[in-house]
Design a protein around this ligand. Sequence first.
Ligand SMILES: [Zn+2]
Length: 212
Amino acid sequence: MNYGASGEHTMQLDRTDTKILRALQEDARRSFRELARRVGVSVPTVSAHVANLERLGVLSGYHATIDPEKLRQTRLFLILRCRSREADRVGRVLAKLPEVRWTIRTAESRLIAEVVLRSTKGINPFLERVRSLDGVVSFEHHVAAKRFKEAPRAILSGPLSTTVACFECGQAIEGEPITLRLEGRIHYLCCPSCEQLYKERYFRIKAAAQAG
Ligand SMILES: [Zn+2]
C-alpha cells in the first residue's frame, strides 16, 4: 500500500481502469459493449470498473466538447493576488461566477482562472466585478488571441493512483481503508463506525426499494 506525504491512503488503479479511462476520455459516447471489446474484458467487468471509478470521483462526468471560439466567444485568463490567507475564500467566490470555467489556487496562493464571455463587450464589466471582490489585492488578465492546443486534462499513461474518500463521511481516508464488497461493488470506509452506519443505510435503502 502507498501513503501520500499527508498520510492519506492512495489507491493504485489497475490496467483495466487505465484503458477504460483512456477510451472514455477519447470518446465518452462509447458503449460498455464497445469498451469491453477495446479493453479485452467482459461487459459486466467494464460496468463494475466504471461504477467504481465514478464512486471514487476519478470519472467525474461525461461531456460534449463545445468550442467557445467557434461560437465567437471571448476567453480570458486571470491571475489574482489575494490578501494573505484569503485565497481560498476568494477562490470559492470566483468559482460561483458562471463566466469562470475553472479556477485553481497555486502553492504561492495565487488564483488562476479561465473566463469565457459572450463577446469582447463583456470584458470591462467582468474585470470591474473582479476588482470589487473583497480580498483581491491585484490581478492581471490576458485575452486569448490564438489557440494552439486544447486537450482533455488527465494524462492517462503509466501507473495511476487516487486518494480515497470515505463513502460514509466523505473525509480522506488515512491509513488502510475498510473495504466492503456489496453486490460485486467495492465500498471504502474510514473506520468501523462509518462502516456500521454505511451498512445500515445501504440495507435500509435496499429494503425500501424492494418494498416500494
Ligand atoms: Zn468515514
